[in-house]
Design a binder for this molecule. Structure first.
Ligand code: PHE
Length: 343
């Protein structure tokens, strides 16, 4: 009997040492210590043992049971530790890894600049008015002192929808629409799309303008100069200067073309400004008395200033973009440069 007990202990030792998972261990424990297990079976043999040997047999089997239990306990601890270490490895998170970058969308540069311009003038107290893109000949030309057959019509190559309906060639009709409805003082900004039959590196058949109009008592060219100086210093650099050159528009008298010091070379002369140090940015002037009268505003009491600038042109100057067409190609690589995240 003693041999049997020792044999069982040796077998258990060997088997327990080879266990490698808690599932295997649980199965093996049942095999030895379960209700029908090998050690339990030994105890059940008690009744076949002669009474005088029963006590000794009982002690041996109990000792075996304790030893086997101790072996299981020890192995269980070791297996649990191994399994925990493995799960730590498997589930580990490397906190030093980079996060996943989120790609931002961004506004088109034309919208960035348009919003910026609107912001500046709204800050100066201007209201926003948007007129129609399909416009009558009257608002686009006649009311602005450009009668039919006037040579100034050639200044703007017009898309005609019919004899009297055009795609607006400028945002100036907005001036007329506002002055017809509103009494001075007027301070209005009118942004929108305009159309001209023109297409090359610096002209697009569709482009964007922003019209500004101020009408009040005693408005002069000085007010225009002050307004524009402030404006260009916010849009470009603080040291940007303006220069007014005499020009001609039928709807302003006097009329000027406004240049700014080049955003690239700050006036020294470079390729962008063709060596002059100056870049033309907009047309402007004192509102022609005839236009005020056409809109029912007494030109002896009130005067006005008006300016019209191209958003494409302003964007190209601001960012040093050489070809207007890149603004319409929707090349994502180009557009991303104007966002927060250009990866
Ligand atoms: N409408 C003119 C143009 O498109 C610009 C302009 C606006 C000039 C207002 C003077 C005053 O060229």
């Amino acid at each position: 009997m003693q041999e049997k007990i020792e044999g069982l202990l040796a077998a258990a030792k060997e088997e327990i040492a080879a266990l490698s998972s808690s599932r295997e261990l649980a199965e093996c424990k049942v095999k030895y210590l379960g209700k029908t297990g090998l050690v339990t079976a030994l105890l059940k043999q008690m009744k076949d043992i002669p009474p005088e040997k029963r006590s000794e047999f009982g002690k041996s089997v109990n000792a075996l049971k304790e030893q086997v239990s101790a072996l299981f306990e020890e192995r269980e601890k070791a297996i649990r530790k191994e399994e925990m270490e493995k799960s730590f490895e498997r589930e580990a998170v490397d906190v030093t890894l980079d996060g996943k970058a989120v790609k931002f969308g961004n506004l088109h540069p034309l919208n960035i600049v348009r919003n910026l311009i609107i912001d500046v003038f709204v800050g100066m107290g201007f209201e926003i008015f948007e007129g129609p893109e399909i416009e009558s000949d009257y608002y686009c030309f006649q009311a602005l002192n450009i009668p039919k057959d006037h040579p100034a019509r050639d200044m703007q190559d017009t898309f005609y929808v019919s004899d009297n309906i055009v795609l607006r060639t400028h945002t100036s009709p907005g001036q007329v629409r506002v002055m017809e409805k509103k009494k001075p003082p007027i301070k209005v900004l009118s942004p929108g799309r305009v159309y001209r039959a023109d297409d090359d590196a610096s002209h697009s058949p569709m482009f964007h303008q922003i019209e500004g109009l101020v009408v009040d008592k005693g408005i002069t060219l000085c007010d225009l100069k002050g307004l524009l100086d402030e404006f260009v210093q916010i849009i470009f650099d603080k040291d940007t200067k303006t220069r007014l050159r005499p020009s001609y528009f039928p709807f302003t008298e006097p009329s000027v073309e406004v240049d700014v010091t080049c955003s690239e070379c700050h006036g020294a002369g470079c390729r962008l400004c063709k060596g002059t140090g100056w870049i033309e940015i907009l047309g402007a002037g004192v509102v022609n008395k005839k236009v005020l009268e056409n809109c029912g505003i007494d030109s002896d009491v009130y005067s006005g200033l008006a300016f019209g600038l191209g958003i494409e042109r302003t964007t190209m100057i601001k960012y040093g973009i050489p070809d207007i067409r890149t603004l319409f190609e929707n090349n994502v690589k180009f557009l991303r440069q104007f966002g927060r995240n250009d990866r």
